[in-house]
Design a protein around this ligand. Sequence first.
Ligand code: AN7
Length: 359
Amino acid sequence: MTKHKHYTGLIDRYRDRLPVSATTRIISLNEGNTPMIQLQNIPRMLGKDVDIYVKFEGLNPTGSFKDRGMTMAVTKAVEEGSQAIICASTGNTSASAAAYAARAGIKAFVLIPDGKIALGKLAQTLMYNATIIQINGNFDKGMELVKEVANHAPVTIVNSINPFRIDGQKTAAFEIVDDLGFAPDYHCLPVGNAGNITAYWKGYTEYATDRVCGNRPVMCGYQAAGAAPFVAGKMIDNPETVATAIRIGHPQSWDFAWAAQKESGGWFDKFTDEQILAAQKMLSQYEGIFCEPASAASLAGAMQDIASCKIPEGSKIVCTLTGNGIKDPEIAMQQCADAKPVTIDASLDAVKRAILDCL
Ligand code: AN7
């Protein structure tokens, strides 16, 4: 019998590079270890010789990359004796916080913009039994309130201004290098509050410093056109996009994200809702990978920059798909409004006709 090691989550896997001790109680749902899937059909359609891998973070326990940071943040909150956590969220952070609080046996409070979070994220956050506080304001306003209220109530903030969140999320870069055997030339990802680009850059930098990999990738951060403060070069007040996850105008990790861009020689760019939705549909119909709209900004960006040769042929590219498409069923149904299921008689003849009509 070969010695078998049951996977127990990213803190256990990367504990040498994370702020835990041998006695720390780890709050985990076995997050991380997500698949790197090489795209096969889209590169061919682009007519370019590039290797594009997607890191499918939608396969984390609550369906987004937030679980990486949350396992670490909640582990440390519990270690420090906290009984309650709080966050502002466009949906995914709240779902993740709620799940890890449930796992730890502590309370979670989440502030969400009224009516502006995807249905699946609301449903899961309710199921995990968090206290949901809807505000008639956007994410940025919620973030402001969370920072204030933490001075007046015994709650630990688990937004990515909590440095343990960044530490947990940097493990995605470790996994990519460990999986490929090298760091990619380009790393493309959606940018909202900018915690994730900060975390990836930290992870790649730690591995490069320790010579686990030889290079660090060029970091390409993609935003929604209506919510693109990094492209504008200044904070914006009324962000709007169909990709509600990244409907953020005042990113908290502003300076860190600019450092990642400058040090890596990378860039920020923005894409319309139509471009983002087209990329989401392409990934689904040509590769069988269903991510949420915000996640598809990474592929929209990669496709544009490959087509223009800003990302040259021969490059190895990783796109992070930050969340699962199932979280936002309303957008998916709108995307497929023209492909409504046909209803027919429950007879062999009718089914046969329905099939033959489509071939
Ligand atoms: C699917 O949940 O900010 O640039 O409150 O859910 O690290 O903020 C979500 C962000 C990309 C942007 N893709 O990442 C929240 C929240 C998805 C996301 C982002 C988010 P950051």
